[in-house]
Design a protein around this ligand. Structure first.
Ligand code: FCB
Length: 456
């Protein structure tokens, strides 16, 4: 099973999950600092204060990436390092870190893929309403431009936002993520302002000469329980309506405005019933519809739903009245997430049909398991099986015509898994949090061989 010649192989991380050094070189506070330090929000009271200490160990980490033969490394920039208060003059010491990181990646022949927002909003902006405040979108565009001004001469690939659905609906809807607010109306507003920020930033970056622009979404195929194991299963009319609605709320809410400049009617209805639609101003959709080159797809598992007449909306899913979120009949990872590899090919084929004008890249895919180090090795057979299964589906999607440019595994390192803290290990490289020692797991060595062979 050989992949296209120019297929890009790599790994992904995010600033708050790996960097640590939260008080160094003038970094301001982010909503994740505040949230993780408040008792009860994160498992075991974990915080990102030290994380993988990548801020100090990035040189060794790049050496590791080189040994693993990665061609691309997707990382995110911490906005509070660049503008400690979320606006105003840039902090040169914060930018200097990413400047060195990019230079060393290029010296190791690894292409940097920069994500501008992976959830660590400056707390100062949250204090003024965060993403519920329209002004935050404009602040984001300024910040994006400042980062591009420093790195744009060497970085080709730019992602604006990571997973705006998660940022809006887990951050402002059910409160499982920072800033921990719980109001459907706030989530709907935040989602729109995130999109506006994406459009404004994409336009500024394009004007400044950015070569490749990307929006990264958490997308999943939405399936009925029967469709999980039988793609040809025909759902009842009511179940099909639930599937259609949730697909609109999860994926089309973001990609339709970005690619077509329109909102699905399900999203407008959900907004109308949760705080109203006044925040969607004339001209916004045109701004959001900035030309992009790629959609980044983060896939972990399918979203399984069926109709359940008269159900209240799920806290994270305004507009999902009458929908029951079901479980898949499939084995699960340590996160409890069902393992359904062919969900990935079904998703990629669908996205390539619905949005043919953009290329696709798998910007995250991977799994957490309860890894143990024995005699300096981690035999993570389950992760190897997970990755192998999903890569076969990536290949299948390419054969079926999807314009898929690359695959980035989540994650390079075990790291701070948001509300789950450090107990969930997604890395292909093990991190001992007491010593911060890195040990490549069997999956890392396996992945290196996949990259070298450009196939399975
Ligand atoms: C995604 C996030 C990423 C990581 C994985 C497991 O939703 O983008 O930071 O936590 O899930």
């Amino acid at each position: 099973m050989i992949f296209p010649e120019d297929f890009v192989w790599g790994a992904a991380t995010a600033s708050y999950q790996i960097e640590g050094a939260v008080k160094e070189d003038g970094r301001g506070q982010s909503i994740w600092d505040t949230f993780s330090h408040a008792p009860g929000n994160v498992a075991d009271g974990d915080t990102g204060d030290v994380a993988c200490d990548h801020y100090h160990r990035y040189g060794d980490d790049i050496e590791l990436m080189r040994e693993l033969r990665l061609a691309a490394y997707r990382f995110s920039v911490a906005w509070p390092r660049i503008q400690p208060d979320g606006e105003g003059p840039v902090n040169p010491r914060g930018l200097a870190f990413y400047d060195k990181l990019v230079d060393e990646l290029l010296a190791a022949e690894i292409s940097p893929y920069v994500t501008l927002y992976h959830w660590d909003l400056p707390q100062a902006l949250e204090d003024r309403g965060g993403w519920t405040n329209r002004d935050t979108a404009y602040r984001f565009a300024d910040y994006a431009e400042a980062v591009h001004a420093k790195l744009g001469d060497r970085v080709d690939n730019w992602a604006t936002l990571n997973e705006p659905w998660v940022a809006a609906f887990l951050g402002y809807g059910n409160g499982v993520h920072a800033p921990g607010r719980r109001r459907a109306a706030d989530a709907m507003r935040s989602a729109h302002h995130l999109l506006l920020g994406h459009g404004l930033a994409a336009r500024r970056l394009r004007d400044a000469g950015a070569r490749k622009l990307m929006l990264v979404v958490n997308s999943s195929p939405v399936l009925t329980p029967a469709q999980v194991n039988d793609p040809s299963a025909v759902p009842s009319e009511a179940d099909a309506a639930a599937v259609h609605r949730v697909h609109a709320l999860l994926t089309r809410q973001f990609l339709d405005p970005a690619v077509y400049g329109t909102y699905p009617e399900e999203v407008l209805e959900a907004a109308a019933r949760n705080g109203g639609t006044e925040h969607i101003q004339d001209g916004d959709l045109e701004l959001i519809n900035a030309p992009i080159d790629l959609v980044g797809v983060n896939y972990y598992n399918p979203c399984v739903v069926e109709s359940g007449p008269g159900l209240p909306a799920d806290a994270a899913w305004p507009g999902s009245e009458d929908v029951r979120f079901a479980t898949a009949d499939a084995p699960t990872t340590a996160m409890g997430w069902p393992i359904v590899p062919d969900g990935l090919s079904r998703l990629l084929v669908r996205l390539s049909q619905d949005y043919p004008q953009v290329g696709l890249m798998v910007t995250e895919n991977g799994a957490a398991f309860d890894d143990v180090v024995r005699d300096g090795r981690v035999h993570d057979d389950e992760r190897v099986a997970y990755l192998d299964g999903h890569l076969r589906e990536v290949h299948r999607a390419i054969e079926a015509g999807a314009d898929l440019r690359g695959y980035l595994v989540w994650s390079l390192l075990d790291n701070f898994e948001w509300a789950e803290g450090y107990r969930r290990r997604f890395g292909i490289v093990h991190v001992d949090y007491a010593t911060l020692e890195r040990v490549p797991k069997d999956s890392a060595l396996w992945y290196r061989d996949v990259i070298v062979r450009n196939g399975l």
